[in-house]
Design a protein around this ligand. Structure first.
Ligand code: ADP
Length: 273
């Protein structure tokens, strides 16, 4: 369903955000994408949303090359996608119902379809009771559930979630991932969720792709990627990279992810670090 073939992205300031990414995601898969800040995760999602195009390499989604897609076809392509953002992006002057219905209005759905599908989407996220509320009357977790309803109301084939739990508390975060998981299992939507919340995701038995410095360095569906990357790093890196000018480099999100991989990566990875 989603194929990245040797995809690299160089921004105009010469920052290489992605480097030779090869990735295949099957229809109906659920994939977590993790990595430190600046690793290239958002760029990866923007490529899927066709907000950015590769500098080299090719992205094929549902058999169609995004590189070659004409600008006027992009809005139609995006109807395949349900997008959830970290900051919810609800319209404050519209009710919960109207926020979800809006996603259908813009694609010209009939009034009958709208009322039927919005009611269904709100029931899926357990928010039927709040249909008449405004976003500012809801908790962060509830607002994100509205955003989720909006993402799935048009029956998107692919749900793309960019740090959807970044602005909500841990308990609510679990609700959001559980809901994404249900949507994935019951409706067969492909789900791609970018996150920093490694503690949250380790309790789910899902595929985890780790991006570091623009490269896929680990993929639990393909553990050999991690082995290859580790070998490459050992062959090319100087003995120690942990000191900078004599100072110890502070633990970062990177360290948290390394730690996660140590505990949840493949056995070979554990042997090598
Ligand atoms: P992440 O989502 O993992 O934090 P990003 O994909 O946002 O990472 O960024 C990857 C790298 O590309 C970073 O070094 C970032 O500063 C750079 N970058 C991202 N977007 C742009 C842009 N529009 N123009 C220039 N550089 C960018």
């Amino acid at each position: 369903m989603i194929d990245f073939k040797n995809v690299s992205k160089l921004y105009p300031n010469d920052v290489k955000a992605l480097s030779k990414v090869n990735l295949h995601i099957d229809k109906g898969e659920f994939v977590f994408v993790v990595g430190a800040s600046g690793a290239g995760k958002s760029t990866f999602l923007k490529m899927i949303m066709r907000e950015e195009v590769p500098t080299s390499g090719e992205i094929i989604i549902d058999g169609e090359s995004l590189n070659a897609m004409k600008a006027r076809k992009v809005p139609y392509y995006r109807r395949k996608l349900g997008i959830v953002f970290q900051d919810f992006r609800l319209i404050p002057t519209k009710t919960v119902y109207e926020n979800v219905a809006f996603a259908m209005h813009v694609i010209g759905a009939s009034q009958k379809d709208i009322s039927r599908r919005v009611a269904y989407a709100l029931s899926l996220v357990n928010l039927s009771q709040k249909a008449k509320s405004y976003p500012n009357q809801l908790s962060g977790g509830e607002q994100q559930r509205v955003a989720l309803a909006r993402a799935l109301v048009n029956d998107a084939d692919i749900i793309v979630a960019d740090e959807p739990t970044g602005n909500i508390d841990p308990e609510m975060s679990r609700d959001i991932v559980d809901l994404l998981s249900q949507i994935n299992q019951n409706k067969g939507s492909t789900v791609i969720m970018v996150t920093h919340a490694v503690d949250l995701i380790k309790s789910y038995d899902k595929r985890i792709v780790t991006i570091k410095n623009g490269c896929v360095v680990s993929d639990t569906a393909h553990p050999e990627i991690e082995k290859r990357q580790k070998k490459k790093e050992q062959d090319t890196q100087p003995e120690s990279t942990s000191t900078l000018g004599g100072y110890y480099e502070a633990p970062s999100e990177d360290a948290e992810i390394e730690d996660f991989l140590k505990n949840y990566g493949s056995e070979d990875f554990n042997d090598q670090i």
